[in-house]
Design a protein around this ligand. Structure first.
Ligand code: MN
Ligand code: MN
Length: 473
């Protein structure tokens, strides 16, 4: 090696493509991991579906409901439990060897993703077509959600108290749904709108039917809203639903497609909802494989991140802090001490450098696909506003764990300064006086109906989270 090259290698920090360094065994493991991840993505498209999945995997691995129904249950190292908050957020935990006051290892990800929700009174008929009115959830580019096959996922509490879980459109034999868009031939006026208004919120109307109700084929039909009536007749026959039941429901529209390999080399994963189910899945898998960790491990799967973490299942809520308090009081420790000594990885995706849109990024501080797990010191916007900026000491602590475990990682930032910005749940964990750093994977087409990750990065993220939960100091 020439002297110059040697000096460069010693002094520069250039995260590289990990294809070579990961080795053939690593590549195979990455491919295997991707298969489990894809099937998770294809079957879990809402936070409630994720909670059900996490609960069932946890139970299969010996986790019991927190407390096991007994007030005085004392936990010992290796004991495993889960706590579910309103079927939309969940915490799983494993007691470690050290006392709680030595601190916890906390992983946090979110299991909600951008999507389109129904309004409380969604059903209407216009020009003999029946539609559902919607209100989008999270930050979406609205035009991306038109002319796209959509499925209905949701939960209804009927007037009589009966609960109904809906999942319509995922199976080939089921009908699916669609938001229509204007044909380009007639879109001159639409195309002149500013891009952000190309498709507007009140234009995101879901087409759900076109046949009028007719009790007797010889009848000419009776009055207005017969298509709407026919839809309700079907909903009532099949699910026992009435219009009032829609008010006491949470119904979401999500893309129908399943997670698939992308690219001739099958190196990438294309799927809806990878922000942030990639981190949720990797966190879950890392935690399930723990035996008895040194530090007690808590893995949190939060809701509502995409709408600002507000609401009692989001991390703005005190539910997680209260849960820690309950655990700590059960174990006879001081909660503030426990939290002050705790470490957290806020596991969330970051933007991957997109060569088709280079101007949005500052390349040397942007994560690249296939360059490993991304470590994000701070997010936010306009002068680091609205972020938890991790301290140098903690960034060092985490990256040392990653280096010691041969985890490929790279620093990342969400785009150029002042081009926009965004946040994660890190700041809500920091509020508990816990050290916290964002770690995740780079993602292309974030918040679109079809997001793209790299299999090698997803695998590295999993290894990063696992190394963190197994930390010895
Ligand atoms: Mn996210
Ligand atoms: Mn997001």
């Amino acid at each position: 090696m020439g002297k110059t090259k040697e000096l460069k290698e010693r002094l520069f920090f250039e995260p590289a493509h990990i294809q070579k360094s990961i080795g053939s065994e690593g590549r195979e493991e990455a491919n295997r991991f991707a298969e489990g991840y894809k099937s998770f993505l294809s079957s879990c498209k809402t936070e409630r579906e994720c909670v059900d999945y996490i609960k069932s995997e946890a139970e299969k691995n010996g986790f019991c409901a927190f407390d096991c129904g007994k007030e005085n249950v004392k936990y010992k190292p290796g004991d495993r439990f889960y706590y579910i908050n309103r079927n939309k957020a969940v915490v799983i935990g494993t007691i470690g060897q050290k006392g709680l006051e030595e601190g916890l290892s906390i992983l946090v990800s979110h299991i909600d993703s951008p999507r389109i929700d129904l309004k409380p009174r969604p059903v209407y008929e216009k020009s003999e077509l029946c539609y559902f009115k919607t209100h989008y959830y999270g930050g979406i580019k609205k035009y991306q959600w038109t002319a796209l096959p959509l499925a209905i996922h949701g939960k209804v509490i009927k007037k009589n108290g009966e609960e109904l879980t809906l999942k319509i459109g995922e199976l080939e034999e089921e009908p699916l749904f669609c938001i229509t868009d204007l044909l380009p031939h007639l879109a001159d006026e639409q195309m002149k709108r500013p891009f952000s208004k190309g498709v507007m919120g009140e234009e995101l109307n879901l087409l759900v039917g076109s046949l009028p109700y007719c009790a007797d084929p010889s009848e000419a039909g009776d009055g207005a809203d017969l298509v709407k009536l026919n839809i309700f007749k079907i909903l009532n026959d099949k699910y026992g639903l009435t219009e009032q039941d829609m008010v006491t429901a949470e119904i979401s529209l999500v893309p129908v497609f399943k997670a698939r390999d992308v690219g001739f080399d099958r190196s990438l994963i294309g799927a809806y909802g990878q922000d942030d189910r990639v981190c949720a899945y990797a966190s879950l898998m890392s935690h399930l494989r723990l035996n008895i960790p040194t530090y007690t491990a808590l893995t949190v799967f939060a809701d509502k991140e995409e709408t600002g973490s507000e609401g009692n299942t989001g991390l703005e809520s005190f539910f997680f802090g209260f849960f820690v308090e309950d655990l700590v009081s059960k174990m006879g420790a001081n909660c503030r001490k426990v939290l002050a000594n705790s470490c957290c990885l806020s596991a969330d995706v970051n933007a991957a450098f997109d060569p088709s849109w280079p101007d949005a990024f500052e390349k040397s501080n942007t994560a690249m696909l296939n360059h490993g797990a991304v470590v994000t010191k701070y997010t936010g916007s306009r002068g680091k506003s609205g972020t938890s900026d991790a301290a140098a000491e903690f960034v060092h602590k985490v990256t040392t764990i990653l280096d010691e475990n041969s985890v490929a990682w790279q620093p990342g930032m969400l785009g150029k300064v002042d081009t926009g910005g965004g946040g994660t749940v890190a700041k809500y964990i920091a509020r508990l006086n816990v050290d916290v750093l964002d770690v995740g994977v780079p993602l292309l087409s974030m918040h679109s109906p079809y997001e793209i990750t790299s299999k090698l990065d997803v695998y590295m993220l999993n290894r990063a989270l696992e190394a963190f939960l197994r930390r010895s100091r």
